[in-house]
Design a protein around this ligand. Structure first.
Ligand SMILES: NC(=O)c1ccc[n+]([C@@H]2O[C@H](COP(=O)([O-])OP(=O)(O)OC[C@H]3O[C@@H](n4cnc5c(N)ncnc54)[C@H](O)[C@@H]3O)[C@@H](O)[C@H]2O)c1
Length: 367
């Protein structure tokens, strides 16, 4: 089958792993053009991964050959570029979060539907071996009916390593919008959609100092909450407890745990693709490590794009699809709006639990 041609807009920090997997791991994708306002970054990306075209964003959008626009810009540009790409008749996959505002996410989902185009977005770590094995264990009844979950992302922010970290403290950043997508997408993939959220948010520091190079010593004004805690009621009835924070130096809390009527499952870091997974059945004396049952335990960022490309050729709904990423966007906002209003936030969006991947796939294939 003819490979699906992809145009990447944004050749920054995260682009390398997408380029790696979309040019070398998956058989159904071809990176046909890259674009960046930094010529140097664009050139490095093209030369490192053998991409034939270095184009402006406008050239990518108006190219007859590009079928999927992969938007790897920073959050403030996600909505504008995704909307333009859909208006130009392109399928779209975007890094997280889908957009800054829930209304923008909704607009993109509607625009894609109206135009008969596919929309998808990061994260796709839930398609990795770790979270897919957890999904299979839950679906196969190893912990009975899930009744509750906890999810904790505790850190002190990204200014110690990211070369240009200011965006993490602007709209679309903060721990919830930056890291929440991994945790919430994992929870929705394991437990289904969310009905309502109660949240509280805070901000420990008004200003942060960059300690990474090349901007060492520069100050960042913190414009968003840097600690978000709350409770989620899933449509299934299960109750989740979650904290995402950039205000914590260290913590021993686990990434994600799922509690069922028949046991407890320790879920691996949802920012990664592998394990370890630990399971302790009701009455069991200890947690035991469960072997990974699926393909893609290594960093396979871009698998969501390859899955969307598969749907471009063969039909179907992408697993890391627009409705899922839009639901996750609304949930993240719900922590903040509930905190601001002092009331539960009822969600207006929902999504299907994404279809699991099969066990025993050959590397590079999705079906
Ligand atoms: N850095 C990470 O480890 C990481 C991990 C997962 C997800 N993400 C997400 O990926 C996205 C990008 O993050 P990043 O760390 O790569 O940021 P970055 O700042 O390193 O890269 C963004 C790139 O987009 C380019 N760009 C912006 N507007 C453009 C336009 N109109 N046309 C062409 N190029 C344009 C910039 O010049 C820059 O090179 C963010 O949404 C982030 O949340 C990042």
């Amino acid at each position: 089958m003819q490979k699906v041609k992809i145009g990447i807009i944004g050749c920054g920090n995260i682009s390398g792993i997408y380029l790696e997997n979309l040019t070398r791991t998956f058989d159904n994708t071809e990176v046909f053009a890259v674009s960046d306002i930094s010529e140097e970054r664009m050139k490095t990306a093209a030369e490192t991964y053998g991409v034939p075209n270095q184009w402006t964003a406008e050239q990518i959008l108006s190219s007859e050959e590009i079928e999927i626009v992969l938007n790897l810009t920073t959050p403030g540009d996600h909505f504008r570029i995704c909307k333009l790409a859909l208006e130009h008749g392109k399928h779209v996959y975007v890094e997280k979060p889908l957009s800054l505002l829930p209304e923008q996410g909704r607009q993109l989902v509607e625009l894609a539907r109206e135009k008969g185009l596919l929309l998808g977005g990061a994260p796709d770590t839930f398609l990795g071996a770790g979270l897919q094995t957890c999904r299979k264990l839950i679906d196969d009844g190893y912990i009975g009916d899930p009744v509750a979950a906890t999810a904790f992302m505790m850190s002190h922010g990204h200014e110690s390593w990211h070369p240009n970290p200011a965006f993490y403290y602007q709209a679309g950043g903060g721990p919830m919008f930056d890291m929440g997508p991994y945790y919430i997408t994992a929870l929705v993939s394991l437990l289904g959609p969310v009905q309502m959220v109660a949240g509280m948010t805070g901000k420990a520091l008004q200003q942060r100092t960059i300690t990474s190079q090349p901007l060492f010593g520069e100050k960042i004004d913190v414009q968003v909450p840097t600690h978000a805690a709350g409770t989620l009621r899933f449509c299934s009835g299960a109750i989740g407890t979650m904290i995402t924070s950039f205000d914590v130096w260290s913590s021993t809390l686990p990434h994600i745990e799922i509690y069922g009527t028949q046991g407890t499952l320790l879920v691996p870091d949802p920012n990664n693709f592998g394990g370890p997974i630990l399971l302790r059945p009701a009455g069991g004396s200890e947690f035991k490590e469960i072997p990974l049952l699926h393909q893609y335990a290594e960093n396979t960022r871009g698998i969501g794009v390859a899955d969307l490309a598969h749907c471009v050729r063969s039909g179907g709904t992408p697993r890391a699809g627009g409705e899922l990423t839009n639901h996750v966007l609304e949930i993240m906002h719900a922590f903040h709006s509930s905190s601001d209003s002092g009331a539960y936030a009822e969600l207006t969006t929902t999504c299907e639990q994404p279809r699991p991947l099969k066990t025993g796939l050959i590397k590079g294939y999705l079906e």
